[in-house]
Write a protein that binds this ligand. Structure first.
Ligand code: NAP
Ligand code: HSE
Length: 450
């Protein structure tokens, strides 16, 4: 029984029945969630007002799960549907990943009137509209703090803490694996594949690591953040996505010499004509608060019209940070289960009937500054011809460096002022055709204000 010590005259609160959890998945995040609920049970119950108990688990390998669960009386099955339909389960926690079984089991749990907690950003980025609609119809909660930026309570901040604001933009390092890879490549000169293998061993990487490397995982997360920032539907298919697989070590070094670091950023920006939704390697100034975010750490900068810039930082992946977010959601569900559904915080921060279909801008309409690198024959007129193409496209050159490459060749790097992506791509196509250009033109985006 939890007594109210502040007001002596007030009746002690009634002991409340435990909230009964069915866990789908007992891998990195599921295993961590199990450990946190066991190790911090008393502290968590003090916060939630009731205990949170795992009653059933779904996995593929029952023997492996039994080893982790020990003597605990927990039902173990390979069929998550059993858990979704079990009348003795109040909350289903989906930690298997993917979109197939996860979607079926989550939808069934919702239709059975169960609350859902998930860390599955892919599921929500692709099927969030359907899932949130079903949850709304069935008066259940869908909580997903662990789906974005691991242990950082960014969903809580977006849904509640920043409610007074019209959000202008978000920029974040929201994939731990790629940030780990970029940091290690930069600081220790480690090869890409060695660092990726380490990220996989540490449990940061997705089941399919191309999701991390190609920016897809970051785009899943950015899609959710953008919905909560601007009150728009979940629209992953409209995100402009570029990963780090084609990033060359040479550009990391050139960027450093110019006073920049390269980070894989997710950027969502409100403009008068729509919203930019993009993930790509980005040059940011060394002085940016995001430039010193290293390893698997994540950080999200959110700019609101009232509050100005706010920064959220913490561990973005791995067993315990992610489990911390899953359990925080479980505490919320335990606290709010009996609240009138009308009085709960909306899933995507805005009331469902206030969501607006603001257009997501196409890739060619993105506006950014740019870094171009190319190798050319070192002879008169080269710079003049390139400058002319840029000028004709209405693109202004911020700065330029040239250094010898071989006897008769030079590497040229341009930093271009803000321009429309479509114009930059057209100019690059024209530059590429010049007879003295001896390499592919490397194009990276630069953000000076982040
Ligand atoms: P994981 O280590 O691969 O664990 C997946 C778990 O799900 C395993 O226990 C696996 O069982 C079980 N499973 C998978 N498919 C199943 C199926 N069809 N039927 C029954 N059980 C199934 O994955 P994870 O890293 O914990 O990631 C889980 C989710 O959290 C993903 O959506 C991921 O994107 C998200 N997430 C992960 C992190 C992270 O740092 N790892 C951070 C944030 C979010 P077996 O072990 O028996 O095969
Ligand atoms: N693969 C993801 C990452 C896990 O590296 O950030 C956390 O969402």
């Amino acid at each position: 029984m939890i007594a109210d010590k502040k007001k002596p005259g007030k009746k002690a609160r009634k002991a409340t029945a435990p909230i009964r959890v069915g866990l789908l998945g007992l891998g990195v995040v599921g295993g961590g969630t199990w450990k946190v609920l066991r190790n911090n049970a008393a502290e968590i119950a003090r916060r939630a007002g009731r205990s949170i108990e795992i009653r059933a688990v779904a996995v593929r390998d029952i023997e492996k799960a039994r080893k982790l669960l020990g003597d605990e009386k927990v039902k173990v099955t390979t069929d998550g549907m059993e858990i979704a339909r079990d009348p003795k389960i109040d909350v289903v926690v989906e930690l298997i990943g993917g979109e197939t079984a996860a979607r079926e089991w989550v939808m069934e749990a919702i239709h059975q009137g169960k609350h859902v907690v998930t860390a599955n950003k892919a599921l929500l980025a692709l099927h969030g509209n359907e899932i949130f609609d079903a949850a709304d119809e069935n008066n259940v909660m869908v909580a997903f703090e662990a789906a974005v930026a691991g242990g950082i309570p960014i969903i809580k901040a977006m849904r509640e803490g920043l409610s007074a604001n019209r959000i202008d933009w978000i920029a974040g390092i929201i994939n731990g694996t790629t940030n780990f890879i970029l940091s290690e490549m930069q600081s220790r000169g480690e090869p890409f594949n060695t660092v990726l293998a380490e990220a996989q061993r540490l449990g940061y990487a997705e089941a399919d690591p191309t999701f991390d490397i190609e920016g897809v995982d970051a785009a899943h997360k950015l899609t959710l953040l953008a919905s909560m920032a601007f009150g728009i539907p979940v629209q992953f298919d409209k995100a402009c996505i570029e990963g780090i697989s084609k990033l060359e070590a040479e550009d990391i070094q050139h960027a450093a010499r110019l006073g920049y670091r390269i980070k894989l950023l997710g950027i969502a920006r409100r403009r008068d004509d729509g919203i930019e939704l993009r993930v790509h390697p980005t040059l940011i100034r060394m002085s940016s608060p995001l430039a010193s975010v290293d390893g698997a750490m994540n950080a999200v900068l959110v700019h609101g019209d009232i509050v100005g810039p706010t920064l959220y930082y913490g561990q973005g992946a791995g067993e315990m940070p992610t489990a911390s977010a899953v359990v925080a959601d479980l505490v919320d569900v335990a606290r709010l289960e009996s609240a009138d559904p009308e009085h709960r915080v909306p899933y995507l921060a805005f009331q469902p009937d206030a969501v607006e279909d603001i257009p997501i801008l196409a890739a060619e309409d993105i506006e950014s500054a740019y870094y171009l690198r190319l190798r050319v024959a070192d002879r008169p007129g080269v710079l003049a011809d390139i400058s002319r193409i840029l000028a004709e496209a209405g693109i202004s050159i911020g700065s330029m460096i040239q250094e010898p490459y071989q006897a008769d060749e030079a590497t040229i790097i341009f930093l271009l002022h803000r321009a429309r992506e479509g114009s930059v791509m057209q100019a690059i196509e024209n530059i590429q055709k010049l007879p003295f250009v001896r390499s592919e033109v490397t194009r990276l985006r630069v953000e000076e204000q982040i």
